[in-house]
Design a protein around this ligand. Structure first.
Ligand SMILES: Nc1ncnc2c1ncn2[C@@H]1O[C@H](COP(=O)(O)OP(=O)(O)OP(=O)(O)O)[C@@H](O)[C@H]1O
Ligand SMILES: [Mg+2]
Length: 275
């Protein structure tokens, strides 16, 4: 097994955010985790890269239990699984290349970091990665001057700078319009296919999970309630994952609709879909 998750549980007080979750992956794949707000998707990703600690269970990568790594080994693991967030988490006033070079932080000395000294080779590599993502010409600009889709690609470039084995993406397209969402998902898909890196993406929307992922995991109330291929993810199954009754409409979980709506409209639609 490349990745095996065994009975992992995380509680916050009496709330089981992730409840006895298990699944295994024989080889690298692009995985989508779906489920409504509060299902435990982010908590799960954060346990994989040790931003938060599981209470019980094991997560093994290549046979090695990563939940008990300490100090340098833990940092090495965190650099093996790069994280991408909904809000990009770039340094807005800093130029794009420097933002990408931040991906090498965990292997540079404090001195080099303090004085913003980067080896020439790293700078070239950063530009190459930006080029691969189609945004090399943005390199000298401040991150804040870029569109959301471009900023998310900068965040992906920063992740690639770590040469990670896994990319963990927490709602990578939730703040993007449909066109940018597509560009970002295609970039992640290509990185998976061309480099063989595993991608685990939390996604709010069914259609995105179906279109880009090899396997979809549905979470509800901290538990896995679906684990299968996009084909197996029927409307009935989706209804179960999202905890909706017969009035469930797929449109309410569609990227295109969601992105065009204001948060208030989206809340209304989600409420309608789950009443
Ligand atoms: N730091 C925390 N302290 C207390 N409770 C938390 C914390 N983080 C998450 N939770 C709780 O754990 C549960 C799962 O939250 P999580 O953020 O993992 O859900 P999610 O599926 O990512 O939701 P969303 O789609 O809104 O991002 C929720 O009930 C949430 O309130
Ligand atoms: Mg979340």
């Amino acid at each position: 097994m490349l990745l095996s998750v065994e009975n992992v549980t995380k509680t916050f007080g009496r709330n089981k955010a992730v409840d006895n979750v298990s699944f295994a992956l024989e080889k690298s794949a692009m995985i989508g985790i779906i489920g409504r707000s509060g299902a435990g998707k982010s908590t799960f990703l954060r346990m994989v890269n040790r931003l938060t600690d599981a209470i019980t269970g094991a997560i093994k990568f290549d046979g090695r239990d990563i939940l008990h790594l300490k100090a340098a080994e833990k940092r090495a693991w965190q650099s093996d699984c790069a994280m991408i967030f909904q809000q990009f988490n770039l340094v807005p006033r800093m130029d794009v290349v420097s933002n990408v070079l931040h991906g090498t932080l965990n292997r540079r000395s404090t001195f080099a970091t303090m004085f913003n000294l980067y080896p020439q080779g790293d700078i070239h590599r950063a530009i190459d990665i930006l080029d691969r993502l189609g945004i090399a010409e943005q390199a000298p600009k401040r991150a804040e001057a870029l569109s959301g889709g471009q900023q998310q690609r900068v965040a992906i470039a920063r992740a690639l700078m770590q040469d990670p084995k896994i990319i963990l993406a927490d709602e990578p397209i939730a703040s993007l319009d449909p066109m940018n969402a597509q560009v970002v998902m295609q970039a992640l898909r290509r990185i998976h296919e061309e480099d063989g890196r595993m991608v685990i993406a939390n996604l709010h929307t069914l259609d995105t999970a179906r279109r880009y992922c090899d396997r979809v995991i549905g979470m509800r109330g901290g538990r896995i309630v679906f684990d299968g291929t996009p084909d197996q993810l029927t409307t009935g199954v989706a209804r179960d994952i999202y905890g909706a009754d017969a009035s469930f409409s797929e449109a309410a979980t569609s990227t295109s609709i969601e992105a065009l709506e204001t948060p208030a409209e989206r809340a209304v639609h989600q409420a309608e879909a789950t009443v």
